[in-house]
Design a protein around this ligand. Structure first.
Ligand SMILES: C[S@@+](CC[C@H](N)C(=O)[O-])C[C@H]1O[C@@H](n2cnc3c(N)ncnc32)[C@H](O)[C@@H]1O
Length: 463
């Protein structure tokens, strides 16, 4: 927090207490607190020299005031809105005649009184500016040359029009300086605007349109002004020619200013219209250029579309071809699958067959067959022995009548053996036809042996 902020805060708090005391019916105590707050603010050099010095720190304004003082030889200077007396002090230092200033707020009045204590030609009044002006205008002699500096506009307070009516309604020869006023055609100058109908500009002074009052504004452009850069209006009726002689001001009556302002606004509008036309022309050119671009792009897009379409056709043809090939492959695959199914079915059949053969091979009938074969062999052996014995007996009898009987017995024995062997050979054949592989091999062996044994008539059976 800066020094000035700290002093301001303390002062505000004291002023709040003062208001409370006054509201509580203690006006004397309340006023004492206002004096205390003023003393606090007087302790701050920053507060006492706020706004950059006299005339809001504006050198251009200061020069105008000096020129007016120098050229018009005023009898008195009257200010409304003393505040801390900063500008009042400047007047006190640059004008030797009587200076009167009024302030409505006691907090500021006390500070200004302190500051201007050493200037005996300065009189301060604590009052509303309107009452103060009425009294001054009435008291001053007719034809007195007075410079009024009107600066009592503050927050919502705007006594300006009343002040002007009072001043201009008197019989004084006056020059009035109004602070914070809009300078026509120079928007760089700031001005006070308290809402509709309360802005400090030409319209506020339209009650002067049929008067002979002339209004003056700074020659200095706002760009060359210093400090707060606020505008000023200087007006005068009877001393207007003298004011017009000031180099730093340019003047005209209200109507001329209004007309000039309107012409200026019109010129601005025309310039704007010209700019708008240029803008529209430029936009038109851009639109045309864009349209050309769009056309070119359209043409390019069309040619590309042709290319893309032919590519698409080629791709489609390839796709159709590919699809046909795929169908062919699928058909072949189906065919192969059918063949495979057949082979699998065949394999299944063979496996089933094999299973049956294995089962049959395991069946005990084979053992039985073998046992039957052994029995048959035994029988065969027995028969062979009988045959042998008969042959021996025949050889021993030496050709007796028993011999014929013996030979016939022998022959019948032969037949018996042969039929036996034939039946064994057939059995082996049947095994060959139905048995599993092991059985088949064994059956084949049996069959070979049976076939070999079939020659028994020529070769005696030996097992
Ligand atoms: C902008 S200041 C004045 C600044 C001062 N002239 C200077 O240049 O340093 C406005 C002052 O006018 C005072 N004021 C506002 N309304 C007023 C009124 N009706 N009568 C007198 N003073 C008033 C305010 O209290 C405030 O101090």
């Amino acid at each position: 927090m800066t020094d000035s902020e700290m002093f301001s805060r303390i002062s505000s708090e004291i002023m709040a207490l003062s208001a409370e005391l006054k509201n509580a019916g203690q006006p004397t105590g309340g006023e004492a607190l206002v004096e205390a707050a003023a003393k606090v603010e007087l302790l701050s050099p920053d507060l006492q020299n706020c706004w950059g010095g006299p005339f809001n720190g504006q050198r251009g304004r200061e020069a105008i005031a000096q020129e007016l003082i120098d050229k018009l030889r005023f009898d008195a200077i009257i200010e409304t809105g003393t505040y801390r007396g900063i500008t009042t002090e400047w007047f006190a230092q640059h004008f030797t005649g009587p200076i009167e200033s009024c302030e409505i707020n006691r907090l500021y009045y006390l500070q200004a009184a302190h500051r201007l204590n050493g200037y005996p030609h300065v009189t301060l009044t604590l009052a509303d500016s309107r009452d103060f002006l009425r009294e001054k205008v009435r008291r001053l002699a007719k034809g007195s040359r007075v410079l009024f500096y009107l600066d009592a506009h503050w927050e919502e307070a705007l006594p300006l029009v009343d002040e002007l009516r009072i001043i201009l309604g008197g019989q004084l020869d006056v020059v009035v300086m109004i602070d914070d006023f809009k300078v026509p055609f120079d928007d760089g100058y700031a001005f006070d605007d308290y809402g509709p109908g309360k802005a400090l500009k030409l319209e506020l002074l339209d009650f002067l349109k049929n008067s002979r009052v002339r209004l003056f504004f700074p020659q200095l452009p706002s760009s060359e002004e210093t400090g707060a850069g606020r505008g000023v209006c200087v007006l005068s009726e009877r001393l207007a020619d003298d004011v017009a002689a000031c180099m730093l001001l340019r003047g005209s009556d209200w109507r001329d200013w209004k007309l000039e302002e309107l012409e200026h606004a019109l010129a601005k509008m025309s310039a704007l219209e010209g700019q708008m036309k240029d803008f529209v022309d430029r936009i038109g050119q851009k639109v045309e250029a864009l349209a050309e671009n769009v056309q070119a792009l359209h043409a390019e897009a069309q040619s590309r579309q042709g290319e893309v379409e032919s590519k698409l056709d080629r791709l489609l043809a390839q796709l159709v071809d590919q699809r046909a090939k795929s169908a062919d492959i699928e058909a072949r695959q189906d065919h192969s699958a059918a063949k495979l199914d057949q082979i699998v079915a065949l394999a299944e059949e063979w496996r089933e067959l094999l299973r049956v053969l294995v089962e049959e091979a395991a069946e005990p009938q084979q053992d039985e067959t073998e046992r039957a074969l052994v029995e048959e062999r035994t029988k065969n052996l027995e028969l062979q022995r009988q045959v042998q014995r008969l042959e021996e007996r025949c050889a021993w009898s030496g050709g007796s009548s028993d011999l014929a009987a013996a030979e016939s017995s022998l022959a019948s024995a032969h037949e018996a053996v042969q039929s036996l062997l034939q039946s064994r050979a057939l059995g082996a054949l049947s095994l060959l036809a139905t048995g599993p592989r092991g059985t088949v091999l064994r059956a084949k062996k049996e069959m070979d042996r049976a076939i070999a044994a079939l020659d028994l008539s020529k070769n005696p059976v030996v097992t």
